[in-house]
Design a protein around this ligand. Sequence first.
Ligand code: SF4
Length: 347
Amino acid sequence: MKSTRAVRVGNVVIGGDNPVLIQSMTNTDTCDIDKTLAQIEALTAAGCEAVRCTFNNAECADAFKQIKKSIDIPLIADVHFDHELAILALQNGADKVRINPGNIGGQAELEKVVQCAKGLGKAIRVGVNSGSLEKQIQDEYGVSAKALAMSAVNSVRFVHSLGFYDVVASIKSSSVPVCVEACRMFAEQCDAPQHIGITEAGTYNNAIIKSAVGLGALLLDGIGDTIRVSITGDPVYEIEAAQRILQSAGIRTFFPEVISCPTCGRTKIDVSELAEKVEAILQAENKRITAAVMGCAVNGPGEAKHADIGIAGGGKKAALFAKGELVGTYEQGDVLEAFTSYIRQNF
Ligand code: SF4
């Protein structure tokens, strides 16, 4: 895993050895302060750790000032086309401004934003997107992973050459293979932290699968300092998806882990119902442990051996195991009570 530079963004630090943060983006009109704050509140309650809002025009300045005063997580301004809006956002509460090198104007404009961020102690995200690459790079390399990585590397190196290092990069494409390859290429060439995500990933089912594949591949490579799961619709759904991706990649723990077998012709117990109940009990008891629910006594105890606790069906009975050792055998109707009592006493 390559180490990245640590970049302070408001009250969090992105990169270095810091936890991979979960970000999202509001889809309200930023100038509608009440609606935007309500959505940020819902996102924060779900576990969002940094939020991005559009900064489309000068009227957003007042809204940003008020929003910043009312929230506890870093506020990021999303700006396109106009570097003066980026500067206005930094001056009015944004902890970081996301600009796109493909449409912000050029190096002179980027330098003005950098000088403003430097003076105010704020950060910048250089966000490269397959839909808006710089023309000369696109003319030469097309919309390829190489072109995306090159655009991000060039922009970040330019920012670094100005003596400014509080810059995060993001390279996004709606194609998972292109996005993954581009982020890997960037990580080979540059030590700026990366915000990773599959852009325009679609509606819920498609978005979470595409994001799990793309972000999972990168996270397992040690790439990614913040993540966003882009889902069409209510952004609050993005947060649990991001938490589950981070947990599945073994990076952060948010939930109890329930391992349950797929069931087969040997199944002796209602694994599906039992697994859901076990998960609900662990959530309610706030026990972030690993529990296994197995359908039979043939493979169940063995497969559950590495879990903290496990249930395996057998005949009309159910066996309760802890760390592979038998705790007891119960009527199937009583095993959940024994399970609950055991986790209360031992975890
Ligand atoms: S644990 Fe038993 S019931 Fe479940 S899939 Fe394996 S063999 Fe089948």
